[in-house]
Design a protein. Sequence first.
Length: 559
Amino acid sequence: MKKYALVVGVEEYRDSGFSSLPYARADAIALAERLRDRCQFDQVRLLADESGLDEPLLVNIVTGLRDISSDLQPEDLFLFFFAGHGMERDGHGYLLARDSLHVYPEHASLSLELLRKTFAYLAAGRRIVLMDACRNCPEVGRDEVDNTMGDGIARDIAAAAQSQWETPAMTALFTACRSGQRAFEWPAKGHGVFTQCLLDGLDGGAWSEGRLEFSDLARHTIAGVRTWMTRTPGRTGVQEPWYEQFGEPGPIYLAEATDPEPATSLPPPRPGRIEILKDPVLRVETRPAGATVKVDGKVRGTTPLDLLLPAGEYRIRFELQWHVAVEQRIRYDAAGDALLEMSLKERPRITPAFFPMTSEEAKEVQAVTAKALGLSLEITNSIGMKMRLIPPGEFMMGSSVSAAEIHRRFPGGEIEWYECEHPRHTVRITRPYYLGAHAVTVSQFEQFVRATGYQTTAEKEGNSWGYQDGGWKEVTGMSWRKPGFAQASDHPVTCVSWEDATAFCKWLSQEDGQTYRLPTEAEWEYACRAGTETHFFWGDDPDGGEGYLNAADLTGTPD
């Protein structure tokens, strides 16, 4: 018995009418690695590259199905995995290849009817169909509210799975969600939720006595998705993976106790190992495959690759997206033929923050970003300020509280400033940054004044904004040293103008040898929201937080 798999992951589409799926490629690559290393599949064809023979184009998908089907025998196992967009048109379902066209999907996509006919000719006695991100609205990502599984696609997927060859066969169908539902992303893990739970099962969670039965893997995955849903509040919609088995009853084993030990238990190949081969070439291979090969700075192709080189010394570099580039110097005498193998280490990815998210999710995203960039989650500078890493992401900037609500709560209040918070709009923070965990204290600002002899605007003009007689007002004789109320050294410094704050940042930049500046309004609001989408970071009730708004706050308090 042999085991074959065709694994497809479409992340970026050539047609701009289709949105990208940020984790589809990672889903496909990770699954293919588990099938090879954990389950000892005899052949795994992975179509997830951005170019070349392994690009998930329609012709490569169809050719891959045809080539594998010609080798299958009744005792064999065949697995088909697809991560990418799906859509319905005129009552028919389509799986969208990388070169599919938005206007004519019926001419440039893998129709589920064609997939059904292909499965009808598969000789394998055991078949598995796995689908993640197969949806009805390819204009949006798989995590979007309106990107749900369509009835037509669900019907056609089931029809393809039910296709029977002339001999008895067992087919397992497993999709990320059911009709009318949508699949969620798990940004902190870099995968779809469904695939991440599937990988957890393949990594050991679903094994029993040295073997892995597919129904056990399905149960483990479903339980994992349910757990994620219960621990991730605030999600709109439900995700419940869909599992069915058709045809002959019985187990479908992905791995059995009689299989060899998983490849992951063997020592990895030594970087730069050269062995004598039969063929008159220098064969270059990487794990994973698909790396760009540069010989003395010139691109020669992607791995696996046969190189015809004269005798000499060469500088060979391997580059693969999301992996650490490796360079190896070799001496090749051309007297015999050789194999050069290289293992590439996956580089952690920066995970954009998503809204809304829990405190635990926020910490997880921060940790992933810090690891990807080799940065600390928190640093302390020369004057004792704690700075925390803020990851990139996207949020809705502006107030969600209506002017009518403010008038209702505070009739007669001056809220002209409130118009500056409308309309709400999407803002994307593209680069991570450090932000002070606390406001600059009296003690920290005093270090700046003592070192430079700086005189603040309030001291020069002799007045400033202060809290006096139950409200904020311009008070003569005020300064940051005399705010009008008791203030310890660890309290936030007050009565400081924008010019004063900018001067403080300039001085600190010179002291520490790195740039300090005031955050932009977008950076400040993004960090303060901390993953929340409510009116205030603590909720919708203005009186519910420790720093709640009062009437004075809503009648012209300066920034």
